[in-house]
Design a binder for this molecule. Structure first.
Ligand code: CDP
Length: 784
């Protein structure tokens, strides 16, 4: 019988996820599992109207309910200067409404009670007298003269326009368009959708009035940054605030912003002197926290007749809701949307973006996306599909003709990104081979003759992840570095503490693997800790696929720092000169005599027991890593669909996904990330939609209206990989968590358009539901 050697956990080893032991046994410790002695519960009374002036709030009936301890209104918060808070985009947001409500579901008052159900019942008894105002839910209409002014409390705000921001070179782009043989245009809308993590947002705020210490258990993807913001907003000394982000049941960007519920629960705990818990229910999550997308995009591509791309012109209007609360680097008003040139060698590009207030919930979170890269990737990949269709070219041929070539890296894009590495033709070829593209095209031609609708969708995305070089990227002024602290104990076991924070991505396993690779300590001997601000080094958190590019790099660098010190100790133990010591997989030996060696465990013991003269005891260190550049993962996704003319139903027959995220630390974890991302992309493409009626009522506020894909609908995914290391990352890794959500929606929609394009249907906006497909077919007389 063959005996399997257990994997040590080096880079490239698909070891099982350490954290799953506790999760599959039901021993995870999520926010709602936290119960403190004397803890009270908070429920929020929300506005039923999208736009209304508050005439009065009557809290008498709610206050009289047995078990109710306090009712908090905006006026009470205003006395403590907490009625408004700053957003991550430098705007302000009402914590509890004082003057008027600006979206349906806005926080108006909070009830604190001894029991969560009492709090909820009492919140329903709060009487608010509203003067209802006209609502505007369409950003185009909100920018028209005479539209209701949403942010009338903002000094100098005379209309609903938020920002104008541009990237690229306008004159050069105009020149390219003047020279073009033809221009292809696409207007499209990436609808509002929601990250909808399994666990909603929540807090247990425990402010000790005797010591002034605030311990805040929060569903936070960025606990350190949140602590700093709490210190600034609430005026509490930062050292007195401890944010603990426990196990998190998914974040996807939903848990990056600071929400009113967090602020009121903390203020209530401070005023009452007891811990206060607030956990959103599902509808609260869907209507009030962290929506994504809502981008109206218009792209024009200048081309030569042979299909060579000459220039790109993009206009985008973002619907930001009532408060501009996007979580993104300060300098970039529309996030990193200007990555919209994608995988193509576009000599000129110009991007103009504008934002508008509407009577909808704020958010603008980068749902599984690096600051609006998803919308950009969707637009360029849909636009290339339109170009192929109009020019009667194969969608793979036009891409191959225009891809940035491997020898062009590092490549400077027309909008100012320096792409680190890539081999786009190789990823595409692998995907085409896996799918059997040529045969499927033949099948499609045969089917078309019989009137059957089959489509093959292509998307070759490029992402930009790993913010970032601190000189360009910051969140409310905090430079976007990240950190790792590593201590090796005398018995050779280690604790690694990180500034990032997993929401289910497997950091406890994969970050240990980086230390294993660098120091030779088995992954099982390394404990990874995250999420407690008192116990981990400062970092900007986990979102935008930045953990591996930044926190992973910090981990490799701190390991190397320890290795350098370990070398000195090994030289002492081996009675050799440090210059003669070599290291290989956990062993230090004298060059030329590998049998004379000391293990990392021997060295760790010596670090506390037997040191060379003059060397500090211990084996620990910390690294704050500021990456020299972002990383640029990429891939090609191919989708095959069959469409029923009678119902408009789209069936995804095949999906091949080839991803390149540089060196893969744990291939199994990477596949899991891609699988999850593709599922979310599928849901967005075909099912998920949060929309609003004319009065601003949110449609899509529960899981019977907002449809998430289950295993029943989700197609089977066939995955492949290429590996093009990042030249500047210490272990050559790029981020991967978001690639599949970024790249896949365009592949799904392109497959539908590929099936119906020959009938004259050029675009169907997401979600591509059967009724929309049938209607489009019916319009061109092709429905049955
Ligand atoms: O920031 P976030 O953790 O969401 O995204 P990520 O850095 O892309 O990592 C997601 C998970 O995949 C982590 O557990 C990573 O360590 C792992 N990963 C990997 O094993 N190899 C890569 N090249 C990239 C990520």
């Amino acid at each position: 019988m063959a005996v399997e050697t257990p994997l040590k956990g080096n880079i490239g080893d698909s070891i099982k996820r350490k954290e799953d032991d506790r999760f599959i046994r039901g021993r995870g410790n999520y926010l709602d599992d936290i119960v403190l002695p004397g803890m009270l519960h908070m429920s929020i009374h929300r506005s039923p109207f999208a736009h209304a002036r508050i005439k009065s709030i009557d809290t008498k009936a709610a206050s009289a309910v047995p078990g109710v301890i306090a009712v908090v209104t905006g006026d009470l918060l205003a006395q403590h200067k907490l009625a408004w808070m700053p957003t991550l985009s430098g705007d302000t947001q009402a914590v509890l409404a004082t003057d008027k409500v600006r979206f349906q579901g806005q926080e108006v008052a909070c009830v604190i009670a001894t029991d969560p159900y009492v709090a909820r019942d009492a919140a329903a008894l709060i009487e608010v007298d509203y003067d209802v105002l006209p609502a505007v839910v369409d950003p185009w209409k909100s920018l028209e003269p005479g539209a209701p002014l949403i942010r009338d409390e903002k000094e100098g705000q005379k209309n609903n326009h938020i920002y104008h921001w541009e990237a690229g070179d306008k004159a050069k782009t105009d020149e390219a368009f003047a020279k073009a043989d033809r221009v292809v245009k696409l207007d499209t809308f990436y609808p509002r959708c929601h990250p909808s993590p399994l666990e909603t947002c929540g807090i247990v705020a425990d402010v000790n009035s005797a010591t002034g210490h605030a311990t805040l258990y929060m569903t936070s993807q960025a606990p350190h940054a949140h602590r700093t913001l709490f210190a600034i907003v609430a005026g509490l000394p930062e050292q007195n605030i401890r944010i603990i982000s426990p196990d998190i049941g998914g974040g996807f960007g939903n848990k990056v912003p600071i929400y009113p519920g967090y602020v009121v629960a903390t203020a209530a705990s401070l005023l009452i002197g007891k811990p206060v818990k607030w956990v959103e229910d599902r509808s609260e999550n869907l209507i009030s926290t962290g929506f994504a997308r809502d981008f109206h995009m218009s792209g024009e591509m200048a081309l030569r007749n042979d299909g060579r791309m000459l220039g790109l012109r993009v206009k985008m209007l973002s619907d930001n809701g009532a408060f501009y609360a996007d979580a993104q680097p300060t300098k970039f008003r529309a996030g990193l949307f200007h990555i919209v040139t994608g995988s193509y060698d576009l000599p000129a590009a110009h991007v103009e973006t504008d934002g508008a207030y509407t009577n909808k919930a704020p958010g603008g979170v980068a749902y599984r996306c690096s600051f609006r890269v998803t919308e950009a990737s969707y637009l360029i990949e849909r636009l290339v599909e339109s170009a192929a269709l109009e020019m009667n070219m194969d969608p793979t041929e036009i891409r191959l003709k225009n891809f940035i070539q491997p020898e062009q890296f590092p490549y400077m894009s027309a909008t100012g990104f320096e792409y680190d590495s890539g081999d786009y033709p190789r990823a595409m070829q692998l995907a085409l081979d896996k799918l059997g593209y040529k045969e499927l095209r033949k099948e499609q031609a045969e089917k078309r003759k019989k009137g059957e609708l089959m489509g093959i969708g292509v998307a070759s995305f490029t992402e930009v992840v790993g913010a970032g070089p601190g000189k360009h990227y910051d969140i409310v002024g905090l430079r976007m570095f990240d950190s790792a602290e590593l201590r090796v104990h005398p018995t050779g076991k280690a604790i690694l503490k990180l500034g990032v924070k997993s929401q289910g991505q497997g950091h406890e396993t994969t970050f240990a693997q980086i230390v294993t690779e660098e120091l030779g300590i088995p992954a099982a001997d390394i404990e990874v800790q995250e999420g407690d601000t008192d116990n981990t080094p400062y970092g900007l958190g986990t979102y935008a696929s930045r953990s591996t590019p930044v926190g992973g790099a910090a981990t490799a660098m701190v390991s190397r720092k320890l290795r350098d010190k370990a070398k000195k100790i090994a030289a002492h133990l081996l009675e050799a000169s440090e210059a003669d010591i070599e290291f290989d997989h956990g062993k230090f030996f004298v060059r030329g005599s590998p049998s004379k060696s000391k293990t990392i465990q021997d060295v760790a013991f010596a670090a506390y027991t037997n040191l060379p003269d003059g060397l500090e005891a211990g084996l620990e260190g910390v690294t704050y890593y500021d990456p020299p550049n972002m990383t640029f993962p990429f891939g090609t996704y191919l989708v095959v669909v069959d469409i029923d003319r009678g119902t408009g139903q789209v069936k995804v027959r095949r999906m091949v996904a080839v991803d390149d995220c540089g060196v893969r630390i744990n291939p199994m974890v990477v596949e899991g990330q891609i699988h999850g991302g593709l599922t979310e992309g599928f849901g967005i493409a075909f099912m998920e939609l949060i929309t609003f009626d004319e009065e601003g009522n949110c449609l899509g506020s529960n899981f019977t209206d907002y449809l998430l894909p289950t295993s029943w609908e989700t197609p089977k995914f066939e995955m492949g990989e290429t590996v093009t290391p990042s030249p500047h990352h210490p272990i050559g890794a790029k981020g991967v968590g978001e690639s599949a959500t970024v790249g896949s929606p365009a592949a799904f929609v392109n497959a539908v358009i590929d099936a119906v394009g020959h009938l004259g249907i050029k675009n169907i906006d997401m979600p591509v539901t059967s009724d929309k497909v049938w209607e489009a077919l019916n319009k061109v007389g092709a429905a049955e």
